[in-house]
Structure formats: C-alpha cells, structure tokens
Design a protein around this ligand. Structure first.
Ligand SMILES: Nc1ncnc2c1ncn2[C@@H]1O[C@H](COP(=O)(O)OP(=O)(O)OP(=O)(O)O)[C@@H](O)[C@H]1O
Length: 213
C-alpha cells in the first residue's frame, strides 16, 4: 500500500511519517532536502532558481513513485510529501506570483503531465492542516539556515493552494487532520489520536475502509 503525507512547510510531515513507520512497521521515503543543491539558492532568489528546483524535485519525486510502485506490492510505504504538491502548489504559486515565467512553467507542466501518466496514485493521502503560527513555530524550531527568512506571505499563499488542492483531490482516499492543537512529536496522547484516526480509516496492510472526517 502507498500512503502519502501532504502539508505545508513545517506542518510536521517528516515527524509523523517517522513515527507512523515505527508504530506500524511501514517503510518511509523522505523528500530530498539534505543535499538538494538548489534549495538554499532558491530561498535567496526564487525567480532565478525556480525552474532548476522544480525539475530537481519533480525528478526525485518521480524516482520515488517508481520505487514505491514496486515496493508497495508487498509492504506499506509512507511517502513524505506527494508529487502533486510540487506542481499544484509550489510551481503554481511561483507562476502566479510571477517568479516562474510562462515558457518555463508550461515546459514544467508538460513534463509533470507526462510523468503522471506513468505513475500510480497513493491509496491514502493524509493532509496535515496547519495555520501560519503553527507553521512558523515549527520552522523556527528546526532552525534550517535557508528557511530562516521565509516570508509569512509565502506560507499563506501555499496554504490557500493546499486547501484548493485537497478540495479538488480525487486520486484516492483523503484523510484531513487539523494539527494546530496536536503535538504528536512529544505527546503520546496526541500521537494516539492520530493512530486511532488512521486505524479507523484503514485496515493496515490490507484493504482501505475510509470514513472521511
Ligand atoms: N516543489 C517545491 N518547490 C519549492 N520548495 C519546495 C518544494 N518541495 C519542497 N520544497 C521545500 O523543501 C523544503 C523541505 O520541505 P518541508 O520543510 O516541507 O519538508 P519537511 O521538512 O518534510 O516538512 P515538515 O515540517 O512537514 O516535515 C522546504 O523548505 C520546502 O519549501
């Protein structure tokens, strides 16, 4: 089974993916942050590095989904961020804010459309919904150099696109979790709340039985 966690920067995807994998014995595939040569310069000058970064993420996410296709035949894989977010949220936001020019954006979208014809979709998507203060707290807690001056307006715009994305999402089952008042990194009860929700929504390892919130 393929499960993906979706959510804005700092929503807590990596922590949740790691904890769920430990709890259920799933395998996690993380996104390419460490060693991504374009992320630090991108935050310095988005217009200049938008295309490079989007191609890097698209390729790395495509590699992941091909890997997941094979692995998910006999185990459950949890993916830290889905391929859709690159195109429908990050690239779209860059385009709409004038940082991705028309030609580059059309080239990128055409590659994305080609790639999506070759992939299979997650059976379950878990969306972590978090408001700006929560995102900012978590981003400052992890203290990554290149995220230090992240513009609140950038996070707000991404959040609007995330809401659009989940409202229109039809590729598979969707579980929406409001994480504003949850601290599943440190609070066992909060983690258990999420586990209970997931248990209610899937028969782990076999079939899906979703009752959306
Ligand atoms: N397609 C993309 N375009 C631009 N930036 C991206 C893209 N995908 C990921 N990023 C950036 O990569 C970095 C890592 O992503 P993020 O921090 O969301 O992952 P994370 O550490 O898994 O988050 P979380 O706190 O939810 O675990 C962030 O700075 C994010 O903006």
């Amino acid at each position: 089974m393929h499960i993906a966690i979706t959510g804005n920067i700092g929503a807590g995807k990596t922590t949740l993916a790691t904890r769920l994998a430990e709890h259920y014995g799933w395998e996690v595939l993380y996104e390419a942050v460490e060693g991504n040569p374009y992320l630090p310069p991108f935050y310095e000058d988005m217009e200049k590095w938008a295309f490079h970064l989007q191609i890097f993420f698209l390729n790395s996410r495509f590699e992941q989904v091909l890997k997941i296709k094979k692995l998910a035949e006999d185990k459950t894989i949890i993916q830290d961020r889905s391929i859709y977010e690159d195109a429908y949220i990050f690239a779209r936001n860059l385009y709409e804010s004038g940082k991705f020019n028309e030609t580059d954006y059309q080239t990128y979208r055409s590659m994305f459309n080609t790639i999506t014809q070759a992939i299979s979709h997650p059976e379950l998507m878990i969306y972590l919904r978090a408001d700006l203060p929560k995102l900012q707290r978590q981003i400052s807690k992890r203290n990554r150099d290149f995220e230090r001056n992240i513009d609140p307006d950038y996070l707000l715009k991404l959040n609007v696109l995330y809401e659009d994305f989940v409202n229109l999402y039809t590729h598979g089952k969707l579980l929406i979790i409001d994480v504003n008042n949850l601290n599943y990194a440190e609070n066992e009860e909060d983690f258990q709340t999420i586990v209970d929700l997931i248990d209610k929504n899937i028969n782990v390892g076999t079939q899906l039985e979703i009752n959306p919130l």
